[in-house]
Design a protein around this ligand. Sequence first.
Ligand SMILES: [Zn+2]
Length: 75
Amino acid sequence: MKCESVRLNLSLYIEEELEPLVRKQIERHLRNCYSCQSELMTLANTVKIIRKVEAAQPPRDYSKIWRRSINGEAL
Ligand SMILES: [Zn+2]
């Protein structure tokens, strides 16, 4: 699996919404790819922050915050 495909699926991976087969492929890739590992850490932290913000604010801010975080961290 390519880094690109892994990264596209990382948020689903964090949410545990991937099919088991895809999940296994990603886990295998992550074991060997440091840059995707750190990408996962960043994304996991972002999700944590978003959940905190979500709990404190109305849901309409969700997509804006999410998109901004992705653009800022992943590209
Ligand atoms: Zn990678």
